[in-house]
Design a protein around this ligand. Structure first.
Ligand code: CP
Ligand code: NVA
Length: 298
């Protein structure tokens, strides 16, 4: 049985196959009956627009059905242990798509359940998003190893998944974060051990210079609402604005997983400007979810 909890569980060939499969599904407007008779439970402990809707639609395009659960409308909110939830839901449904806080929650569901578990975002990682983002890059240039991607901002779940992706896909990744907001050391060590071309800095300009893709995310992620003021101060100087984009490759594109906070991590002129491909990224969530769903059941 296959889970999709992080890129660390995939080989480079498997990861590339998923991206190519999603590109082909997108070109075909893919519909199938792969999931006919199957029910996928979506358990979301945090808010979502893109991930929830793209998974719900992807499951329908593959002929299956979904059940959406939150702590507020299930016994999870009344402290029923995840290990019990996993064993119960395994007897009703065919896979779990889970958005949660600790990565350990996903691992517990996978360990105690008997059905595939897909990571729809944790505090540590957001692999479905970044795989879709790699598809967005691949649509523009198939030689990923020739690319430099810059990450500017928080060393959060998105940054960590980009670091894992650099190890699998072979592009150069430069990550600029303020002191105290670096990416996860375990993820960095794993990626370096895999031979990732990864450069960590606290200088956004150094990270962006000559980069083909410039990428950022919110300065306070879900669950960090109490830290907003402190974070706004700490990230001053890390906004992706037109001056920063000027340092990138002349044909560089701007990436953001959304939702975005204009005037914080990205300037309005960049978000709405010609280099921004953020809505192509959002669309590609749908196509990559189909490839991921097909893969876990293959
Ligand atoms: N990018 C992303 O995961 O968006 P949602 O929080 O809307 O799912
Ligand atoms: N880093 C953000 C990503 C949202 C899609 C968060 O975790 O809130």
């Amino acid at each position: 049985m296959k889970h999709f909890l992080s890129f660390a569980q995939l080989t480079a060939d498997q990861a590339m196959d998923l991206v190519r499969r999603a590109a082909s599904m997108k070109a075909q407007g893919f519909r199938s009956s792969t999931l006919a008779g199957k029910t996928i439970a979506l358990i979301f402990e945090k808010a979502s627009t893109r991930t929830r809707v793209s998974f719900e639609v992807a499951v329908r395009h593959l002929g299956g059905s979904t059940i959406f659960l939150t702590p507020a409308d299930s016994q999870l909110g009344r402290s029923e242990p995840l290990r019990d939830t996993a064993r119960v839901l395994s007897r009703y449904v065919d896979a779990l798509v889970v958005r949660t806080f600790a990565q350990a929650n996903l691992e517990e569901l996978a360990r105690f359940g008997s059905i595939p578990v897909i990571n729809a975002l944790s505090d540590l990682l957001h692999p479905c998003q970044v795989l879709g983002d790699v598809l967005t890059i691949y649509e523009r240039t198939t030689d990923l190893s020739a690319l430099t991607v810059a990450w500017v901002g928080d060393g959060n779940n998105m940054a960590n998944s980009w670091i894992e992706a650099a190890a699998l896909f072979g592009f150069t990744l430069r990550v600029a974060t303020p002191h105290g907001f670096e990416p996860d050391p375990g993820v960095v060590a794993w990626a370096k051990g895999q031979g990732a071309r990864l450069e960590l800095t606290d200088d956004p300009q150094a990270a962006v210079r000559g980069a083909h893709f410039v990428n950022t995310d919110v300065w306070a992620s879900m669950g960090q609402e109490a830290e907003v003021d402190q974070r706004l101060a700490a990230f001053r100087g890390f906004q992706v604005d037109a001056a920063l984009m000027q340092l990138a490759h002349p044909e560089a594109k701007f990436l953001h997983c959304l939702p975005a906070h204009r005037g914080e991590e990205v300037a309005e002129e960049v978000f709405e400007g010609p280099q921004s491909i953020v809505f192509d990224q959002a669309e590609n969530r749908l196509h990559i979810q189909k490839a991921i769903l097909e893969w876990v059941f293959a």
